[in-house]
Design a protein around this ligand. Structure first.
Ligand code: DON
Length: 308
């Protein structure tokens, strides 16, 4: 990566690992509770270069990181205005699955909280769940440059069986005419998108495509229009860390999206894509050691987009 060595990166990972003991692995999705609390890995991609530390090939599920990919799909298919009619892009002040505080002008505040993400997944066009899921997988595989990416079915069914709050959100969204169709079918697709299994290397490559205006760094092909990459990245900066987005902007300063598996995907526009995995979560449901690692890295490499 030029300005940080592998040894230095490994040292940052080792230091950040100590924070894991202060957090908690997610257990409301039963399949996630077996994760090893002290795991911490990172991969950074810039152009065709990759730098990594920890176990950058270790698999984990995307969880909420998938929300940026489904958002990209509907923006690409429908354009911003029709999507914005149903889901806003305003920051939220409550946790990701809040039922009562999710709305502004009668629509979900943003596509990063569950209410907004469910509405977005409901907008994906296709004949049935299989076709819609294939659309999501195709985008993930292209962005990651990894055709082997699949859904972890046991994580998907573990969430499907316990997704009571998400089902409640769906019925509220139905009552407001934000979503249509069968709730369990939507839950099935949503749980599968969340259970797509990736590694830090995949996450970093996905992030780099966003940092690179939607263009594949190897083939120079456009995977996403640059306008879609811009809207997704902007929404990540405003809402990607939920009610911690402001503090994260001050202390880290890069668009990012977290997942309850412990995933963090961060985009340094024009420069770098970062993928982190550390399953011990803080009170904001964000990887506690991963957040610390990203903060140290951002300060060390002066990554904040808010200062040159
Ligand atoms: O819908 C859920 O509850 C999970 N599949 C994803 C939530 C999540 O990752 C929140 N992120 N920190």
């Amino acid at each position: 990566m030029g300005y940080i060595s592998e040894t230095e990166l490994s040292d940052l990972v080792e230091q950040a690992k100590d924070y894991a003991s202060e957090g908690k692995v997610a257990d409301y999705i039963p399949a996630l509770k077996y994760a090893n609390k002290r795991d911490l890995s990172i991969a950074m991609v810039s152009g065709n270069d990759m730098l990594a530390a920890g176990a950058p090939e270790q698999p984990f599920t995307l969880q909420s990181v998938s929300k940026i990919l489904t958002f990209a799909i509907v923006l690409d298919d429908l354009g911003f205005d029709p999507v914005y009619q149903k889901v806003g892009v305003e920051p939220s002040t409550k946790s990701f699955n809040t039922v009562t505080e999710s709305y502004n002008h009668n629509k979900p505040l943003n596509p990063m909280i569950n209410a907004g993400a469910l509405a977005v997944t409901n907008m994906i066009s296709g004949k049935g769940t299989a076709e819609k899921l294939e659309k999501i997988l195709t985008l993930v595989r292209r962005m990651a440059g990894n055709p082997a990416i699949e859904v972890n079915s046991s994580v998907a069914s573990s969430e499907f069986e316990t997704a009571h709050v998400n089902r409640a959100l769906c019925y509220l969204l139905k009552s407001k005419d934000i979503i249509t169709g069968d709730v369990d079918e939507l839950m099935d697709l949503y749980c599968r998108q969340c259970a797509i299994e990736v590694s830090c290397q995949d996450l970093a490559r996905i992030a780099y495509v966003l940092a690179n205006n939607g263009v594949d760094p190897d083939t120079n092909e456009e995977i996403l229009p640059s306008s879609v990459a811009r809207i997704v990245t902007t929404t990540m900066a405003m809402c990607g860390m939920y009610n911690a987005s402001g503090e994260f902007a001050v202390n880290v300063g890069v668009p990012a999206k977290s997942g309850v598996s412990g995933a963090i995907l961060a985009v340094v526009p024009g420069k770098m894509g970062i993928g982190i995995y550390g399953p011990s979560l803080d009170a904001d449901s964000i990887s506690i050691a991963g957040r610390q690692l990203l903060q140290q890295l951002a300060s060390r490499l002066k990554l904040s987009i808010f200062q040159t």
